[in-house]
Ligand binder design. Structure first.
Ligand code: IVH
Length: 674
């Protein structure tokens, strides 16, 4: 870099850092992850230290934070609230210990160690034991008065638990939001159609820096004390750990995981121990803090510009990083759900290199508005699948890339080419390929063979995987082509088990229609519905030909189930598979040719006369037909029932003459209910 380029880089870094400071501290709306901010900050620090002529008094490296917002009253801190230097690698933590040992001229140093809470710093002023003021850190010298808001935090005592309170005690600690409370808050925000918070820390900051403390009260904030800023008219115990014990006695919340350890070995062991608990902790932490335990030692070490020399924050690998979206594809799941997969420029986050992240469905794509070319914040915590947290709006390429819409981009399934549908009221887009779609094949085959479906014993997950992976079985119909010669060639398939499987496949032929319909794995058609459908339609062809209205006339079949069924049979692939299954005699239809004969009114003829008390004539007709009956206009010997209301006509007398049973409305309803 030339001198000019260096100066330009420094100028740009400052501008960017100031912008992010403003977004973080004033707007509570950071757009880049902390790790990225740290890098920008470090780069600037490094350039300034290598080129001292570039250091200006207004450089962000010379101050702690940003200005407070204007609306909350400013509070000047009695002693500044500084920040901690960071260590990222074990060597940096060891170097910290070495510097401390040298400065204190000790062989081994005792440290008070505690988690580094990922929230925001506040100071609590207790006058004669009464909480009189709470302030945010602000720029470290001047913060904001958030007393009213802090008083809504239940765990913070309004009065210290002691008979002899000091004249003034200023407690310092961190306000944060528990992970569970954060999830709950975002759920509520979503339900109200309001903006969600990117992470618990933003949620805590946004909740604390409220002008209306009633909002803070609803937000469930937590607090942990980590030190004392000022003590007047009292004496502190000699170590940090004893100070913390004292605060605990005063009934201030302190963290249970705090410890004292010895030397570099002790701090690193603590780092590993807390690191392994990180994902199970009820709140977010971004590292651990090591503090020289002796307060006298702390005093000897003192401060350098913006941080103490007696403490350091040893950060965990960042769980959020920034990278670029290279493409958005979809993945077809075992049940046909199309899940958007964001292909990322590889990025190291949460301890691994991440190249993909999922977005659950179109709703999430819309909410986060992720587009190809966008710079996004990616989060990976523990073993969970990496997720896209948000887009960095300032880094969206120009002109705006196209929005991603699953149904537009994928009208057909990328695996099998069947239509992709998004059913009403469902968040997921689905491949309608069913049995035909290889992505769904294994699941479909397992279901087909399962005990309550075709009951093919021995056709389990491992075998299905092999059969599909070797291409031997593509659809359930292929199962019936499997013979000894194909099976014995498979991995770990003894002759005996192959023979057993062949026999089980044979036995499954000629299944009842109910089992077969269930085995097809039509969405929303469970075992009970399959039985109803089989009883009602009796022939697969009748079920296949049924329209939405006919399907819905089956008891318990509503519009959603009916739609799933018609969609299933509308796919030619599904029908082809069924035809092949018919060819191998997979199922047996009912013997008699008539559709609906098993219904209560199957094949019965009704004649309506006179006005019924509650049903209109059309309603009565519809109900009779829905149960398989027919309604005719005239009475004959073939008429099964005459339904008579008030003022019946000649049909009534005719029925009496012919001896046809006569029902009133109650009688009809009873028959319909049978
Ligand atoms: S002690 C002189 N202890 O980290 C500063 N700070 O970068 C003494 N933090 O603003 C701070 N957990 O908000 C301390 N156990 C802990 C902490 C902690 C989180 C935050 C604090 C501070 C920032 C420093």
């Amino acid at each position: 870099m030339t001198a000019d380029q260096m100066a330009e880089r420094v100028r740009r870094l400052r501008e960017e850092i100031e912008l992010h400071n403003y977004r973080y501290y004033v707007l509570d709306e950071p757009s880049i992850p902390d790790a990225e901010f740290d890098r920008l900050f470090r780069e600037l620090q490094q350039l300034e230290s290598q080129n001292p002529e570039l250091l200006t008094p207004d450089s962000p490296t010379l101050r702690v934070g940003a200005r407070p917002v204007s609306e909350l009253a400013p509070v000047t801190h009695r002693t500044p609230m500084l920040s901690l230097n960071n260590a990222f690698a074990a060597e940096e933590a060891e170097a910290f210990d070495r510097r401390v040992r040298e400065a204190l001229q000790l062989d081994s140093v005792e440290y008070a160690v505690e988690p580094k809470f990922d929230g925001l710093a506040i100071s609590l002023s207790y006058h004669n034991g009464i909480l009189v003021q709470a302030a945010t850190r602000g720029d470290g010298y001047t913060g904001e008065d958030v007393s009213a808001n802090v008083k809504t935090i239940r765990s913070i005592p309004l009065r210290l638990h002691t008979d002899k309170p000091p004249h003034l005690l200023e407690v310092r600690g961190e306000v944060l939001m528990l992970k569970a409370d954060f999830e709950r808050l975002n759920r509520l925000q979503r339900e109200k159609g309001e903006k969600e918070f990117a992470n618990p820390r933003n949620a805590a900051a946004g909740s604390l820096r409220q002008l209306d403390s009633r909002i803070t009260a609803e937000r469930r904030l937590s607090f942990f004390a980590y030190g004392v800023g000022v003590l007047e008219d009292g004496e502190l115990p000699p170590t940090h750990s004893a100070v913390m014990d004292w605060l605990e006695h005063l009934r201030l919340p302190v963290c249970e995981q705090r410890q004292t350890v010895q030397g570099a070995e002790g701090i690193l062991a603590y780092y590993r121990a807390i690191g392994s608990q990180r994902d199970r902790m009820p709140y977010e932490i971004d590292g651990v803090v090591y503090k020289v335990n002796s307060l006298q030692g702390q005093e000897t070490l003192g401060f350098v510009s913006r941080a103490p020399r007696f403490a350091v924050a040893h950060k965990f690998p960042a769980q959020e990083e920034m990278t670029v979206v290279e493409a958005i594809d979809v993945q077809v799941g075992r049940t046909g759900t199309l899940t958007p997969v964001v292909r990322l420029k590889p990025v190291f986050v949460g301890g691994v290199t991440v190249t993909n992240a999922t977005l659950h469905n179109q709703d999430e794509v819309d909410r986060k508005d992720v587009r190809v070319g966008d710079t996004v914040i990616v989060r990976r915590a523990g073993d969970v699948i990496p997720e896209v947290v948000s887009v960095v709006p300032e880094r969206r390429p120009k002109p705006d890339p196209q929005r991603f819409n699953i149904l537009e981009q994928y009208p057909v399934c990328p695996v099998c080419g069947s239509r992709v549908v998004r059913l009403q009221g469902e968040a997921a887009a689905r491949c309608s390929g069913g049995l035909y779609c290889p992505a769904q094949r294994k699941q479909a085959l397992l279901h087909f063979a399962s005990r309550r479906a075709m009951d093919i014993e021995g056709l389990g997950e491992k075998l299905v995987d092999q059969l599909v992976d070797t291409g031997l079985v593509k659809t359930p119909a292929d199962i019936y082509r499997l013979g000894m010669s194909e099976l014995v060639n498979l991995d770990r398939m003894a002759e005996k088990s192959a023979a057993n499987l062949v026999a089980a496949i044979e036995r499954s032929r000629g299944a009842t229609l109910a089992r077969f319909v269930f085995a097809l794995g039509i969405r929303n058609v469970g075992e009970a519905t399959a039985k109803d459908l089989a009883r009602y339609f009796r022939h697969l062809d009748a079920l296949k030909a049924a329209d939405l209205a006919q399907l819905q006339s089956v008891p318990e079949v509503g519009p959603i189930v009916a739609e799933s069924i018609t969609r299933f049979f509308a796919e030619t692939h599904n029908c082809e598979v069924i035809e092949r299954l018919r060819g191998v005699g997979a199922w047996k239809d009912a013997e008699s040719g008539e559709a609906f004969p098993l219904l209560a009114l199957g094949g019965k003829t009704f004649v309506l006369t006179g006005a019924l008390p509650s049903l209109t004539r059309d309603e009565a007709k519809e109900r009779i037909e829905a149960r398989g009956g027919k309604v005719s206009g005239s009475v004959s010997k073939k008429t099964d029932y005459v339904v008579a209301g008030a003022d019946p006509g000649s049909k009534f007398t005719k029925a009496q003459e012919l001896g046809v049973p006569i029902l009133d409305e109650t009688g009809l309803l009873a028959l319909l209910a049978e």
